[in-house]
Design a protein around this ligand. Sequence first.
Ligand code: SF4
Length: 283
Amino acid sequence: MKILKKPEWLKVRLSGTEHFAATKKLIGEYGLNTVCRSALCPNLQECWSSGTATFLLLGDTCTRSCRFCAITTTTAQLPFPSIDEPRKIARAVTKMQLNHVVLTSVTRDDLPDGGSSAWAETIKAVREENPNVTIECLIPDFEGISEDLDRVMRLKPDVLNHNVETVPDLYDSVRPQADYFRSLEVLRIAKQAYDLRTKSGLMVGMGETEQQVKKVLDDLVGIGCNHLTIGQYLQPSLRHFPVHSYITPEKFDNYRKYALNAGFTNVQSGPYVRSSYHAADSV
Ligand code: SF4
């Protein structure tokens, strides 16, 4: 497929500040992973400059291989997650004086509990050190295993986020180890069984139709999902899934209006929007 030229509205905005440098130093000192860096997020400068970051739990290597994702993946044996990670993340949250933190992780289908115990330990450690901080958990699907989902959801994070990422017809091509309906079920359980504020998101520009996107939004509203993010898919490297089209800012605005009309209470929709973009607005 021909590589599309980036349109004007997707020019990278750089704004390194003192805060950016301090955040970078702190994350390096604690040996932590952030999804900002691992997933080559286009908002890294903006977020780090304002003192926010999304921490990546369970290492920096994923056992799945989504074709849009910049995170390193493997089928080889991975080490067990570091037992120090929860405490280090909690300490970094304190040092960064965050009011709101986003936790996410790679998918670890190799671990007996999918990494859910490490998730729970991290939530507890962050709260212990920072009782007033609000927490958004952007979780993997834990293969839909209810014990693993329960380990995280019963701790009642302020926002439970799980991305559907794309429309169901594209799952086989870009997310072969995931299942759209399993992802919906994760969000349904979070809402119905735990009464959590839920959030999901998807990328556009991978070949989906407008009708398919709207159907996903309707599905999410149908299971009580509160918040939504929609952003432009950007190809991390030549070996990743190609960009099919660049969606115009006007179309993003139409999606935002459609989503708000459908019933979402907070919608971030735009070329640069990523899952954690302006995450504090979701609380
Ligand atoms: S499961 Fe998540 S982290 Fe792993 S490859 Fe897919 S999108 Fe990336």
